[in-house]
Design a binder for this molecule. Structure first.
Ligand SMILES: *Cc1c(COP(=O)(O)O)cnc(C)c1O
Length: 442
């Protein structure tokens, strides 16, 4: 199928995500024919370096032979079986593995990040109901938090653009100030900001703990808020406050999990143990949709009863799909085989060096990096900066999609010096090209 006709057919028949479709009257859709490693290939012989791991999911590059082989073998064995009343090898092995990695267990599976959020929230509230405190059924999240966009997940997603139109549908959770280190006052450190945010949470919990089931946080990096990073001490304070006020701590590691922040899971940098962990995105190495929620024995035991209604009667048709679980196992095998976390320390250094001219650019504020995440705030009032930058980046052969005025990179872990150079040169050239449009817009 040639390119123009595929664009036309897509616009006619496909409703694309996170998109005002009318924009595609001026911004071309890009049909992708194939992908390999860090590269996305179009039909015109152009290629784009996937600098954001296709929305943060693709950890080891596209078409990784190890994941591919595991999927093919699994397809020969068992494609799918419902998980109620049945079980299978991939789901058992994956659940064991995730328990070993997180220190939590009783893996419950969904298909997307948003469904993991909803599972964790439902489990938390149901736990309190089962333990005789049904009034603990409200939630609290952080300013700028993002936990998905289904109606339940939107309740704890504090991004006005995603939520406003659905306000009447959403049972809004409370929000407390974010520990985003960028809000530091002169003389304040990120630790001070963390303390201040924790004090605000403390004040809030003192008032509302009796009606609060859980606090949900994105540990270390609020990615959708524009890679807002905070000090790990915040998570330790949060853990202590949740303990003191008998409120569950849900860590949403959907974006930060699987090595993205340098450790396997971000909350591990704070040395804390949450009550629930939500996982998705990188879980299958970017091949198939899968999400999981892990929790404590205490929570699990509160559901274990002769009474059916005290059980967690939640399901999705594809819960624990064998192919997705097998892809996840193969992804986790790669972490071990290739000592990925150690390798990424060196790789991150290489990538940071390549990005140095961008990080020190006169128009950049708050250049920051954690693990395999880089972000830069651009000082500009140019309307639609993000959209313009994205277009210029594509013209330079890189996929980067700023959030507001924040450029960020979350590249796959199979980058090298060459591809880092290509990504960094493209990112810088796209910045110059975008800023050059400022004159035209006064
Ligand atoms: C992407 C994301 C989600 C939602 O995941 P989907 O698969 O898009 O539903 C939830 N939480 C965080 C932190 C995310 O980054």
């Amino acid at each position: 199928m040639d390119n123009p006709s595929m664009i036309q057919r897509s616009l006619q028949h496909v409703w694309h995500p996170c998109t005002q479709m009318k924009l595609h009257e001026s911004l071309p859709l890009i049909p992708i024919s194939r992908a390999e490693g860090v590269w996305l290939h179009d039909f015109e012989g152009r290629r784009y370096l996937d600098g954001i791991s296709s929305w943060w999911v693709n950890l080891f590059g596209h078409g990784h032979p190890h994941i591919k082989a595991a999927l093919v073998a699994q397809l020969d064995q068992l494609d799918h079986v419902m998980l109620a009343g049945f079980t299978h090898q991939p789901v058992v092995e994956l659940s064991e593995k995730l328990a070993q990695l997180t220190g939590l267990g009783h893996a419950f599976y969904g298909s997307d990040g948003a469904s993991a959020t909803e599972i964790a929230l439902k489990m938390s509230a149901h736990y309190w109901r089962n333990t005789g405190r049904p009034e603990k059924c409200r939630f609290v999240g952080l300013a700028g938090g993002y936990h998905g966009e289904t109606v339940g997940a939107l309740a704890v997603t504090d991004i006005a653009l995603f939520r406003e139109a659905y306000a009447p549908l959403v049972r809004l959770a409370a929000t407390v100030p974010s520990p985003d280190a960028r809000v530091a006052q002169p003389g304040e450190s990120s630790v001070d900001v963390a303390k201040r945010a924790a004090s605000a949470l403390e004040a809030w919990l003192q008032q509302h703990h009796a009606s609060t089931a859980a606090l949900i946080v994105e540990p270390l990096v609020q990615c959708a808020a524009g890679m807002a990073m905070h000090d790990a001490s915040y998570l330790r304070q949060v853990r202590a406050l949740c303990d003191r006020h008998e409120v569950h701590l849900v860590v949403d590691e959907i974006a930060t999990g699987f090595g993205r922040t340098g450790t396997m899971f971000a909350h591990q940098q704070a040395g804390i143990r949450p009550d629930f962990i939500c996982l998705s995105k990188g879980l299958t190495g970017g091949t198939l949709p899968l999400s999981a929620v892990l929790t404590t024995d205490t929570v699990y035991q509160a559901f274990y009863d002769d009474d059916v209604a005290r059980g967690f009667l939640h399901s999705h048709s594809y819960t624990g799909n064998p192919l997705a679980c097998r892809a996840a196992l193969a992804t986790l095998e790669l972490f071990e085989q290739n000592e990925v976390l150690a390798h990424n320390v060196t790789l991150a250094h290489t990538i940071s060096q390549a990005f140095a001219p961008l990080s020190t650019h006169a128009r950049i504020k708050n250049a920051r990096q954690l693990g395999m995440i880089w972000a830069w705030d651009v000082a500009t009032t140019l309307p639609h900066f993000s959209r313009r930058y994205h277009q210029h980046a594509l013209a330079h052969g890189v996929l980067l999609r700023p959030i507001g005025n924040t450029i960020y990179a979350m590249p796959p872990y199979v980058m090298n010096e060459d591809t880092a150079g290509h990504l960094a040169r493209g990112a810088l050239a796209a910045l110059e090209a975008t800023l050059a449009e400022e004159n035209a817009h006064g």
